[in-house]
Ligand binder design. Structure first.
Ligand SMILES: Cc1ncc(COP(=O)(O)O)c(C=O)c1O
Length: 372
């Protein structure tokens, strides 16, 4: 059964079906149990730093010289939105009685968030990471080690997020009795895209309330970068039923699964994927490890086809330009991933622009300095 129009579903080996059924059952039970939402809310407020602020820029502006509103997920504990999902799934894993966590990571932010929650809850943690990503996101590898996680390098293919995800799934298949796969984006087989969207919807819920409180109206357009699509779906979810609010996703130009992909299966779900005519997956490229992935969450493919959301692209160069400008004009160093969203957002002619600033740029300093 496909879950989002022609997309989603479960394309996995038979051995994983009982685990996905168990996960879905546990998830439905958790959603129906008010103590689950209360625990997540409490952890958000007392541990993670929620609500994150909404910042109106003073010098970084749109084409019409209007300020932008930035939802500051860079100020969340561990430095990116990924912690919202990791905390929620760790609470869920505990409810399911799983004591071992496996995860994949690209930029390392999801790996750090996972290692963090495993340290907090005393769970064993194994993170798969492509060796190319280990090179370009070294500070995050060191953070994961300090937090007590085992980081397993993945040496095949492009040695980036795609291969790391395949390895994490392989580990999960082998150890499914004891292990929860803590997936890092709104991708993967059902019910993962739904779980991740729900856990990230806190971004949109807060931003909507904050925008109404400061501007007395909704934004004209909501902009977010799209790798697997979790920060974008998290912020879009609060505005999807407001037909006057445009939703704009920004992909990396050479990893544009929605812009240039075709319907195919990757990592357990049918979505829009960079693939050839036979469904063979093609390599992606982006300067930002978190966007360097040839697939995307199935809900985005559905939102694209229905016309509810639009997806555009930004190049490495454009992202670097926006990275430098936000840093110099606002005193905020963004991660390279949301720098893609900033690059397109600053060209808009709308009056009220809300951007998801999904993470901070400390992890990217070496990569950015190497380009200058
Ligand atoms: C700061 C930041 N933003 C965005 C992303 C892209 O992921 P997603 O599309 O799931 O939000 C990543 C991925 O690592 C990230 O670290």
């Amino acid at each position: 059964m496909l879950t989002y129009g022609n997309y989603g579903g479960r394309f996995v080996p038979e051995t994983l079906i009982p685990a996905l059924d168990e996960l879905e059952h546990g998830w439905r039970e958790a959603l129906a149990d008010p103590s689950f939402a209360a625990e997540i809310d409490h952890l958000g407020r007392t541990y993670a730093g929620r609500p994150t602020p909404l910042t109106r820029t003073s010098r970084f502006a749109t084409a019409e010289r209007r300020p932008l509103h930035l939802k500051r997920e860079d100020l969340l504990h561990t430095g990116a939105h990924k912690l919202n999902n990791a905390l929620g799934q760790a609470v869920l894993a505990r409810r399911l009685g799983k004591h071992r966590i496996v995860a994949e990571t690209g930029a390392g932010q999801h790996g750090v968030a996972t290692a963090t929650v495993c340290a907090k809850f005393g769970l064993e943690c194994v993170v798969y990471m492509g060796s190319e990503d280990m090179r370009r996101q070294r500070p995050n590898v060191e953070r994961m080690h300090l937090l007590g996680a085992e980081v397993r390098p993945v040496e095949f293919g492009t040695r980036t997020l795609k291969e790391a995800t395949s390895e994490a799934i392989r580990d999960w298949i082998t150890n499914v009795e004891t292990t929860h796969y803590l997936i890092g984006s709104a991708v993967g087989p059902h019910p993962y895209p739904e779980i991740v969207r729900e856990l990230q919807s806190v971004i949109g819920g807060e931003a909507r309330e904050q925008f109404l409180a400061t501007e007395g109206r909704l934004p004209d357009v909501v902009v977010a970068c799209v790798g697997g699509g979790s920060n974008a779906i998290g912020i879009f979810s609060a505005f999807v039923d407001d037909p006057d609010v445009r939703l704009l996703g920004v992909e990396a130009a050479d990893a544009a699964s929605l812009g240039t992909g075709r319907a195919a299966v990757l990592h357990g779900a049918r979505s829009s994927v960079l693939a050839d005519e036979d469904g063979q997956i093609l390599d992606a490229h982006s300067i930002s490890a978190g966007l360097d992935y040839p697939g995307v969450g199935p809900e985005h493919a559905w939102l694209r086809d229905s016309g509810r959301a639009e997806y555009v692209r930004a190049t490495d160069r454009e992202a670097l330009g926006a990275f430098r400008e936000l840093t110099r004009l606002e005193g905020i160093i963004p991660a390279l991933e949301p720098a893609h969203a900033l690059a397109r957002a600053r060209e808009l002619e709308d009056d009220y622009v809300l951007v998801c600033l999904s993470g901070r740029g400390d992890k990217d300093l070496e990569e950015v300095l190497a380009q200058s």
